[in-house]
Design a protein around this ligand. Structure first.
Ligand code: ATP
Ligand code: MG
Length: 341
């Protein structure tokens, strides 16, 4: 028996996690969910902390974590989200953010030309350093001379391991994306680590694009990519672009992984969506496909394939929520997947 810790969280998080749990349950595997119901905004408001050390230990003892979403508009100026998500990301050193992007049906593409629609790729984003490291500061605040600096941190260790991770998940080709022609020091480091990593993985074709060219290519020829690997900020932007090309964030899954220990946190790309929380209309497919990633990661390949087939069937039949052009609520969209399963 393998324990999967589950953090439903806030907003639509609990709604879509319930769908994912129903799908996991229907598969009849030996996975046992351990639900941490209290890791949410209400607990933070009452106790000043939402993820205790005991919770952290429970997660550490499990095989993987499935998360809905955490966040609350009224706690925007507190450290609530960081105290949960950053604690998990840094605590388990989840350095690889893996986001597969697949166009489940041509109807979902915003692109006009059907030839542009063959999207089946993955974006591997470095998740622990880069521009979001929090290194920097400002001088002469609130004056005409105010100057703000945010350092774009890349380490040999951090870059090498994310590049190796990208090669490890690719079958045929990896494209590394940077801006080495303008960002000199980090660009040089990424380029040198890239050549070394490509040398360690001779069976996989290695190519390179600057971020501007990569953004354009994702729109004009998305089918040409298999795995794209890049830093934290470029990965942030490219993965939303890619998700939009494949029908939006409602059905985009993600995994945050430690490629060394194998621990993983699986969650839909979307957030708490406060605008639709409680309306019963949230698309459950992002959470369900995140559960499929979790299954695959833990070695349940047949089950993962069955879930993806069922999702494909429900999408093809138009049995989906309004964000994908359907008319079903969360419960009925989930039932459609369960029926296909
Ligand atoms: P957070 O700060 O938690 O990320 P947010 O306000 O940025 O919250 P997101 O969850 O990122 O909201 O969603 C952005 C937009 O996409 C919202 O308008 C939301 O309604 C829509 N959206 C997100 N997830 C879904 C979903 N699963 N089904 C339908 N619509 C969704
Ligand atoms: Mg958001």
């Amino acid at each position: 028996m393998k324990i999967v810790t589950v953090i439903p969280g806030d907003g639509i998080g609990p709604e879509v996690v319930e769908s994912a749990l129903r799908v996991l349950e229907a598969l009849g595997t030996d996975l046992a969910p351990d639900v941490l119901d209290h890791v949410n905004a209400g607990t933070y408001r009452r106790e000043g902390t939402a993820l205790s050390e005991a919770d952290f230990a429970r997660i550490a003892a499990s095989s993987a974590t499935l998360l809905g979403a955490v966040g609350d508009p009224s706690l925007e100026h507190t450290d609530y989200v960081r105290s949960v998500l950053l604690r998990l990301r840094l605590g388990f050193d989840l350095y690889a953010n893996y986001r597969p992007v697949r166009l489940w049906h041509d109807r979902l593409s915003p692109l006009r030309d059907a030839a542009h629609r063959g999207i089946d790729c993955a974006i591997v984003r470095e998740n622990t350093e880069g521009l979001y490291s929090g290194v920097g500061g400002a001088v002469h605040p609130s004056s005409p001379w105010e100057t703000a600096i945010d350092a774009d941190v890349s380490t040999h260790h951090g870059v090498s391991r994310i590049l190796d991770f990208a090669f490890s998940v690719a079958r045929h080709r990896v494209c590394m994306v940077d801006k080495a022609n303008a960002v000199r020091s980090g660009g040089s480091l990424w380029q040198r680590c890239w050549e070394a990593a490509a040398g360690r993985h001779p069976g996989v074709a290695a190519s390179h694009l600057y971020i501007d060219a990569a953004a354009m290519r994702l729109v004009t020829d998305p089918g040409s990519f298999e795995v794209i690997v890049t830093n934290n900020s470029y990965g942030d932007i490219l993965s939303d672009l890619a998700a939009a090309l494949a029908g939006g964030i409602g059905l985009a899954p993600s995994a945050s992984l430690n490629g060394t220990t194998g621990f993983g946190l699986f969650e839909p790309v979307h957030g708490t969506a406060p605008d639709i929380a409680g309306t019963g209309t949230a698309n459950p497919l992002g959470a369900i496909l995140s559960a499929a990633l979790l299954l695959e990661h833990l070695g349940y390949d047949d089950e993962a394939r069955a879930v993806r087939l069922a999702v494909g069937g429900a999408v093809a039949a138009g049995r989906v929520t309004p964000d994908l052009g359907g008319t079903l609520g969360t419960a009925d969209a989930t039932a459609a997947v369960l029926a296909a399963l």
